[in-house]
Every structure is written in structure tokens, then in C-alpha cells.
Design a protein around this ligand. Structure first.
Ligand SMILES: Cc1cc2nc3c(=O)[nH]c(=O)nc-3n(C[C@H](O)[C@H](O)[C@H](O)COP(=O)(O)OP(=O)(O)OC[C@H]3O[C@@H](n4cnc5c(N)ncnc54)[C@H](O)[C@@H]3O)c2cc1C
Length: 279
């Protein structure tokens, strides 16, 4: 098993902020994952780090990240089985090449399959769990296969318990043609072009029931609000952009100010979508 010490959090989070991660473990098979999580007790699972920021301090909590052994993609009868460390972009390219339809809506969403399943990532209308058939994982009791029908998924929530390491998933996809799938991806990619550029974690807040966090933040007049190197994007108010070497403390301060102002103006309490690790 690989183990890295003193890893700058800036290198493993798309927000490019945070302190130093004392240890990142990269187990190479399910047996190693099981042995590791039993030994560690508490730990954090990291995927592509596109929805995660780390505190500015030294992160003593061990971080577990799957190694390249979990980047396989194989065809199955009704779709694919893929490892949890497969980047979403690679999975989508594989589907296009093989004319498999079903995850076109994931186009442009960064990160890895494991993180997407945990978050039930997707668009406002759909999430990756809509196409999942089964999720393979390891927890303290050993290897398990969870059927999608048994998971209580919802908006940005795959229904998978914490301290469970997702290792792979079977996705149900429709056989189509390469050209049809390629064309179906284009509108999703086009929508992405209007998203803010720069270091971010995508949407910072979950959309409250019946509304959109970005709309509320915009209506509260907070676009462009800045704390240190972090600012509310002028392009999309639900994005915080790190454009001048922001610390996690800057970002948390900005989050606090936005929550207070939106609560004051609309009586709505925003909840973070981004995961802040180390506090
Ligand atoms: C520019 C940009 C645009 C984005 N647009 C969207 C969007 O349109 N829709 C959307 O839903 N999201 C979006 N995101 C957020 C993010 O990309 C998704 O949530 C993504 O699926 C997270 O995957 P990840 O591998 O980076 O997860 P990470 O950030 O590494 O982890 C996220 C969570 O998943 C858990 N996790 C990760 N891997 C595993 C595993 N193997 N087993 C168990 N738990 C695991 C982590 O512990 C953490 O709680 C965007 C982000 C960016 C930067």
C-alpha cells in the first residue's frame, strides 16, 4: 500500500486551499482497505477532491484515497461496472466510445465515480444514483454489495453511510450509437461554458426546497463579496472562487457571511454542499 506524508491540501482539492494532510493512504485492493479501516478507526475518504476542502491546519485525521487498481471500466450485460477511482470524464468518454447512453447529464462534472455516487452528483433533475444498479463497498464488517433499491438516496445524497469506502459500481445503460451519445452530451457541455472559471468546488450550498441558492445569494446582493482571496462569483452566485490564494478560513468566513445575509433577507438557512474536513 502506498502512503504519502505531509501532502499539501492545495494539491488534492480543486479549491486549492488548506493546510497539510499528515497521511494519505492508497490501498490497492479490498483486503487492504478492510485491514486499513479496522486499524485506523476514524478516517476520511477522498475522491477527486472537487467537493472537498481541508482546514488550514495540519490534518491529523488519516485520509484514504483509492489507488489506480480502482480505475477499471468493464462492459456488463446491461451497462458497465467501474472502479470508484475512475474520473467521471473518462467514464463518460468510455460510454461515448461504446455507444452507451445514460450518463450524458454528468458531462462536465469533475471528480471520480466514488465521490459522485456518495454525493449523488448530477443536475437539478437527475443524479448518478438514477442509473446505479449496485454499489460495491468495504466497511468495518467487510466487503458488501448494496443494491440501489435498498439505498435511501436523495438530492446530492447517495444514501451511503459515512466510513463506508465505495470501491466500484454497476451502472445500467442503454445501448445506442456512438454518434447519438456524443450529440446528447453536447447540450450539457454547452451549459457548463457559462459556469465561472477558476479554482472552485462547484456549488457551495445545496439548493433549499423550492428555491435556488444562487438566486437567493444574488438577490441578497452578494455577488462579488470577498474575504481575502475568496469571492462570490459574479457569474454564478453559488460558486466561491479562490482567485488570490484564499485560505480555508477566508472561505469559511465568506460562507458564514452569506448564510447570515440570506437568513436575514429571506429567513432561509442555507446548508453547505461542500465538505469541510478537519474541524
Ligand atoms: C467546476 C465544478 C463544477 C461542478 N458541478 C457539479 C454539478 O453540476 N453537479 C454536482 O452534483 N456536483 C458538481 N460539482 C461538485 C463535484 O464535482 C461532485 O460532487 C463530484 O461528484 C465529487 O466527486 P469527487 O470524487 O471529487 O469527491 P470528493 O470531493 O473527493 O468527495 C466528496 C464526498 O464523497 C465522499 N467520497 C469520495 N469518494 C468516496 C468513496 N470512494 N467512497 C466513499 N465516499 C467517498 C467523500 O468522503 C466526500 O464526503 C462541481 C465541482 C466543480 C469543481
Amino acid at each position: 500500500m502506498r502512503m504519502m506524508e505531509a501532502v499539501p491540501a492545495t494539491e488534492v482539492s480543486s479549491m486549492h486551499c488548506g493546510g497539510t494532510i499528515a497521511h494519505i493512504y492508497e490501498p490497492g485492493d479490498v483486503g487492504e482497505i478492510h485491514a486499513l479501516i479496522r486499524e485506523l478507526g476514524d478516517f476520511h475518504v477522498l475522491g477527486g477532491g472537487t467537493n472537498t476542502i481541508f482546514e488550514d491546519t495540519t490534518i491529523a485525521m488519516p485520509v484514504l484515497r483509492l489507488g489506480s487498481e480502482f480505475t477499471f471500466i468493464e462492459l456488463t450485460e446491461g451497462g458497465v461496472r467501474a472502479g470508484a477511482a475512475v474520473p467521471m470524464k473518462r467514464l463518460l468518454s468510455f460510454c461515448i466510445r461504446n455507444g452507451l447512453s445514460g450518463i450524458e447529464f454528468m458531462a462536465g462534472i469533475p471528480g471520480w465515480l466514488g465521490g459522485a455516487l456518495f454525493m449523488n452528483a448530477g443536475t437539478p433533475a437527475r443524479g448518478i444514483m438514477d442509473v446505479a444498479v449496485a454499489v460495491e463497498a468495504v466497511d468495518r464488517s467487510g466487503v458488501c454489495v448494496m443494491q440501489r433499491a435498498d439505498l435511501d438516496c436523495g438530492y446530492r445524497n447517495g444514501g451511503i453511510a459515512g466510513k463506508t469506502v465505495i470501491t466500484a459500481a454497476v451502472l445500467r445503460l442503454e445501448q445506442s450509437t456512438r454518434e447519438t451519445v456524443r450529440k446528447a452530451v453536447l447540450p450539457f457541455l454547452a451549459q457548463r461554458r457559462s459556469q465561472p472559471r477558476g479554482y472552485s468546488c462547484g456549488s457551495i450550498f445545496l439548493n433549499p426546497e423550492g428555491s435556488a441558492a444562487g438566486y437567493l445569494i444574488d438577490q441578497a446582493g452578494l455577488k462579488g463579496l470577498r474575504v481575502g482571496g475568496a469571492k462570490i462569483s459574479e457569474v454564478h452566485a453559488n460558486f466561491i472562487i479562490n482567485d488570490r490564494g484564499a485560505t480555508t478560513s477566508d472561505i469559511k468566513d465568506l460562507i458564514r457571511q452569506v448564510k447570515a445575509r440570506v437568513k436575514e433577507r429571506f429567513g432561509i438557512v442555507l446548508r453547505e454542499e461542500v465538505k469541510i474536513i478537519g474541524h
